[in-house]
Design a protein around this ligand. Sequence first.
Ligand code: PNS
Length: 162
Amino acid sequence: MPRQLIGIYPGSFDPLTNGHLDLIDRGSRLVDDLIVAILRNTQKEPLFSVEERTAMIRESTRQWGNVEVDSFDGLLIDYAARRNANTILRGIRAVSDYESELQMALINRRLRPETETIFLMASEENSFISSRMVKEIITLGGDVSSFVPPAVLSRLRTKVPN
Ligand code: PNS
């Protein structure tokens, strides 16, 4: 019997962007089950709580039957082992992403060689979007409606009224 491919797409998702959604769409076709995993133990002060981020991602990924949303603490690789995941999915937008992603992938491979990191290149129309920029733009009164899904936009508007 062919092996089941279980993928984890980890990240902060503060908030989810159309770039993330594109990756979820394409990633969900590569694996049998895709777990979107929100990091819990971040040092940074997030705009949205993990519960809010979970709700927004669930709402935005309803159309994919094989996508699950979860959160994790501690090492990604330990979480991957707990979930029997054989792949980690990450997106690369520009060369600037490459160095830190390479470092993370190599560390994760050393810690758990049986989990392979798969990189997907961001699609052209999303390659410049980041959660950090979305937060900056909305805080300064700009329009982010083409950068994030509707479930995120409505919550951003209540969180950062302008
Ligand atoms: O969306 P982000 O902030 O780029 O995601 C980074 C994330 C969550 C994938 C990364 O920080 C992570 O895996 N953190 C968990 C801690 C860990 O496993 N560290 C060792 C690998 S470098």
